[in-house]
Design a protein around this ligand. Sequence first.
Ligand code: ZN
Length: 469
Amino acid sequence: MKKNYLSYSILILSIVLLLVVFTLFSCKKVDPVRPAFTPYYVQHSPSISEQNNTTLLKSDPLVTDTQKESEDDQPVFCYAIYAPKLDLEEVEAQISSFIQQEIASAQLMYNEDAALNLDYTLDVFAHTLGQIKFFGFSCPLSNQKPGDHLIYKAFLYHASSGTVYSFGDIVQEDERETLYQGIDAVVSSQIQTEISSSALSDETLLYALHFTEQGLNFVFPANTFAENQSDELSVLLPYDSISSCISDLFYDLLADYLPARGRQIDPDKPMIALTFDDGPSKYTQFIADLAEQYGGRVTFCVVGNRIDQYRDTLIRVSDAGHEIANHTWEHKKLTSLSYEEAKTQLQKVDDKVYELTGKHLHFIRPTYGSVNDTLKQLSNDLKMPLANWAVDTEDWKSRNADAVYHACMSTVKDGDIVLFHDLYESTYHAIERLIPELTAKGYQLVTLSELVEYSGQSIQYGHIYRDVK
Ligand SMILES: [Zn+2]
């Protein structure tokens, strides 16, 4: 009821305004000397409630400045401009310069009596992002047809600091294409014409953009994309679908609406550590990518003398947050080596990985799962705990994706460490099924270090981890 009343009021007000404008226009026709527009420049201070309302009703001009009487033989130039007064220096300076430019270019455009009309809307999203949108037109007084020289201009700023942002500040530059694709898909289907929003200027995109709680809402004025686009076009891109396109700066500003960037592990939810021995190999990167796609990270227990061949892979997966664990330099059975020999086997891998990634290794994955007192002592001395497994998929033996899949799926439980080898294509195919399904079952895929850390247990050297329950 209240809404109806408001709509009704707006309707009445619009009619009154139209009548006023019409009367002024009519006057012009009667008396060609008098301008159609009452020339004034109004600075308007929006109230807080107005700042949160995109449609402003500006009823009380604070400052009225009338253009000087023109000489009789000079063309009259009239302007009716509304601009907000916000007490934010940077925004106001930019707005003022924009208005001066528009006045100057409109005056240059016409050799006869002419007018410039500018109005604006203002809203503040989430108490942080202010958006001012100017719209208007200039025209000769002899032919007052809005539409020939339309003006659209937006200012986006920080509501407290007044810092002004460009469209480029909002988007992650290398992810722009994703944003364009999102817009193109919706617009193309609405107007039945293939369009390419990448052809639009940043100014146009900024003007169209509205921040909403649901996502970025682009409202493109008529004719933005095609002559036959007679109506506004609205495209809502939900935050979830474009979170990767948002710059770090705006990710912080819009934090309440975006999924947390980076991985969040919930210690109260089930988790498992998938571990891959004997690599790196040509499958390592694929497994890492797949895990990342599902928000997980895994552990690669590498053999040192393979690292040079897969140097880039090792660096990439480590940078992406997967863990590298120590599976000896030459895959020697540690329990048949002396303390010093075993130490050298482990130390060499740690040195190599540290040289490439800047990270030391936290876990020893004993070759063949064999552990003796010497190795426990070494684990203590090197401060690297031992990690075996609760689930052995025996993928090296079966080399069968189905068998590997079932070996894992039938026994795995919360807190388990699962053993695979990233040397086999069959293992990769099993993983292609396992990662989505385990994730769907609610398991968080974590690294060995994360598994121990989030179990709440303190790390124990010399201890053989198989699970954390
Ligand atoms: Zn091995």
